[in-house]
Design a protein around this ligand. Structure first.
Ligand code: SF4
Ligand code: SF4
Length: 654
């Protein structure tokens, strides 16, 4: 039977030394907490009361994301290596705790099958697994992929990888020396193997003592150093993920301007973020936790088309601010106005982040400050914004209007108490000539399926473009006007043509008191087909479907539009699809932006054209307009359509 502290005098001193080591460890963690506390708003469970009611579903989500870190495994090799190191070190730590329990309370861990399978075989296997994972990380740091070094690389991982490997290797050496001196331990396959290489006639007992102390000291040194190194993510990452809202997409929230009328202006809510100290504690925790892994950089449409924005750069820069305690001395717009306005709010970064960091919210809060406090925004966005402010829609310079798309159609106006759904047309399908065809098609579909619907007598915009361009004040003003009108008409159910409208109605309007049952047109169409209320002609045509970010990624609506397409022909998937879809480039107000160089919509259009589909389908007017423009660069032969247009053209009438 193994004897703990065998061959070592005063071995208990290591346990005594652990006390100051853990004091250093916890004081290091506390220094992180002290910085995070300088942020606004308390840290709280991001999943809120409504989600808590859904109980087990959300608990499972939090457990899998934060404790098991399931998002890390989306990259197979990195995930596997991380899993090997994490599980290996967790088992070795448990083994060390059990040894301590054996010494202090005589827990019989060195007996029978437990000793054989766990304390010998299990711990050896755990050590080998962890070493294999560490070797992967060592080689990857030597030959890093672009995402790790662009736009900047986090240093400090090398020494920690080396230290961890040294702890495991000295652990094996220790086991081998013990075996060499006192005989084989049947299940310690690594120890037995290495012991075979140790000469029998050396001072084995002395070597064993030296290695024992060395192993103990570096293990304690590693623990003490964790909070001061990038390995602090071992503690922060599960906490950050557990505190994140598990609902898809960034929870942007709304600013409460109800105290805006205060004459003194003392209770004026903060207009976005100008300095690090303006961020919430959760955002500061995000920055502190960031691994600088660059997964967000790799999927960001702006970064991938050589624009000045990289979400990794934003978070890493703010992490440096935090590390240097720069809470008030430097404005965070050092990140660059161009970078801030190039964000399409597509949330691809957030979806890719293994630890649920909300990059878009941080970017948008800086944008809000630039727009609302300093009136700084790109020229085209500024024109759209002025149009929105003066005419209540952002399509400046348009010659198209509601009369054009309604021509020749008998469209009912929403009648309180009589009409079931409000068909919310939205600004794009009202004021853009191409997008108007979506509204016309949808009216015909709803009529064919005998859905009770009506439109507003006077067209309106949700205000979403204002929110995306950073003007939260204008957004809330427009949203409140809409809520007032809906309430006066008794509107409870809405059909949206645009995923941005859907997102606003379901995510932001409830925070302003507007609670509605909202259904995106692609979902309703799919439901009507399934209920046999729409009969379609099926053909040999094939469609590839571009998932709008605000439908698939931000709201996890992926299957309904696919089901509708499959009812008409064959669906062909693009390489980047569903919630991993690549943005069309039009979000975040970037529909109204000038861009030179590689254009995001052309990248996406090329991807769609490279499929063998006969048509390109989407379910968002902005995606339709962006992709139509992108496709033109390559061909006039292949066209982009909204799902409503495709369905309407294939209706079996009569
Ligand atoms: S924000 Fe997330 S994905 Fe981006 S570098 Fe940090 S940890 Fe990686
Ligand atoms: S939201 Fe989209 S565009 Fe903005 S930083 Fe993230 S990935 Fe890039």
């Amino acid at each position: 039977m193994r004897v703990p502290y065998w061959n070592v005098d005063y071995g208990f001193l290591i346990d005594v030394l652990a006390v100051p080591v853990f004091a250093i460890f916890f004081s290091g963690l506390y220094s992180h907490y002290r910085k995070i506390r300088k942020g606004k708003e308390q840290l709280k469970l991001g999943w809120g009361k409504a989600n808590v009611k859904k109980g087990p579903v959300f608990l499972k989500e939090v457990f899998t994301k934060s404790i098991l870190g399931t998002r890390i495994y989306r990259k197979f090799y990195t995930g596997l290596a991380h899993g090997l190191v994490f599980s290996g070190m967790a088992i070795l730590t448990l083994g060390t705790i059990l040894v301590f329990a054996n010494v202090t309370i005589k827990l019989p861990v060195f007996r029978g099958a437990f000793n054989h399978w766990f304390m010998s075989f299990g711990l050896d296997l755990a050590g080998i697994s962890a070493l294999a994972g560490l070797l992967f990380f060592f080689l990857r740091r030597l030959f890093p992929p672009d995402r790790l070094v662009t736009p900047k690389e986090r240093t400090g991982f090398f020494p920690m990888i080396g230290l961890l490997a040294l702890i495991i290797i000295t652990g094996f050496l220790l086991e081998s020396l013990r075996i060499r001196a006192s005989g084989p331990e049947p299940a310690s396959f690594v120890g037995n193997f290495v012991a075979g290489f140790i000469p029998a006639n050396g001072p084995i007992l002395s070597y064993h003592r030296y290695v024992w102390w060395f192993h103990g000291f570096i293990a304690l040194g590693f623990i003490a150093y964790i909070p001061f190194s990038p390995m602090v993510h071992m503690v922060l990452a599960p906490v950050n993920t557990a505190l994140a809202d598990p609902r898809p997409g960034p929870k942007m929230g709304v600013i409460d301007f109800s105290s805006f009328d205060d004459e003194e202006g003392e209770d004026m809510p903060p207009m976005g973020v100008a300095k690090l100290g303006d961020f919430s504690r959760k955002r500061l925790l995000d920055f502190d936790t960031c691994l600088w892994c660059g997964r967000c950089h790799e999927v960001c449409p702006a970064a991938q088309t050589q624009r000045p924005l990289s979400p990794k750069m934003v978070v890493a820069t703010l992490a440096e601010f935090l590390a240097a305690n720069r809470f008030t001395d430097e404005p965070v717009d050092v990140i660059g106005i161009d970078a801030i306005f190039n964000c399409t709010t597509c949330a691809a970064c957030m979806e890719a982040c293994p630890i649920s960091i909300n990059q878009p919210k941080a970017i948008m809060q800086i944008r809000q400050n630039l727009v609302m406090e300093r009136s700084e925004l790109p020229e085209l966005m500024s024109k759209a914004y002025n149009s929105l402010e003066q005419r209540r829609h952002p399509f400046f310079g348009t010659g198209a209007g509601p009369k054009d798309w309604q021509k020749g159609l008998d469209i009912p106006i929403f009648a309180p108490g009589k009409t079931e759904y409000l068909l919310w047309v939205g600004c794009a399908a009202t004021y853009d000539e191409r997008a108007q065809k979506i509204a016309r098609a949808m009216v015909k579909i709803l009529s064919a399926a005998t859905v009770s619907f009506g439109i507003l007598a006077k067209p309106r915009c949700t205000g979403d473009p204002a929110k995306q361009m950073g003007n939260e004040f204008l957004f809330t003003e427009i949203a409140r006007e809409n809520i007032e009108e809906f309430d006066s008409l008794g509107i409870k159910k809405l059909i949206t043509l645009c995923p941005h409208c859907f997102n606003s109605f379901t995510r932001h309007y409830p925070e302003l008191g507007g609670h509605y049952e909202v259904i995106p047109h692609s979902v309703l169409i799919s439901d009507l087909i399934a209920a046999n209320r729409l009969a379609l002609n099926k053909s040999s045509e094939s469609f590839c479907f571009h998932d709008p970010c605000y439908l698939a990624r931000r709201n996890h609506i992926e299957q309904p539009p696919r089901r509708a397409l499959e009812a008409m022909g064959t669906l062909i998937e693009m390489p980047r699809t569903k919630r991993e879809s690549f943005c069309c480039g039009g979000g975040g107000g970037n529909y109204w932006s000038e861009s030179s160089g590689i254009r995001i919509n052309q990248v996406r259009a090329r991807e769609a054209l490279d499929t063998s589909s006969s048509l390109i389908a989407t379910a968002c007017p902005f995606c339709l307009l962006m992709l139509t423009d992108g496709v033109k660069k390559f061909t006039e032969d292949k066209k982009v359509f909204d799902i409503a247009e495709l369905v309407e053209a294939r209706l079996k009438l009569g």
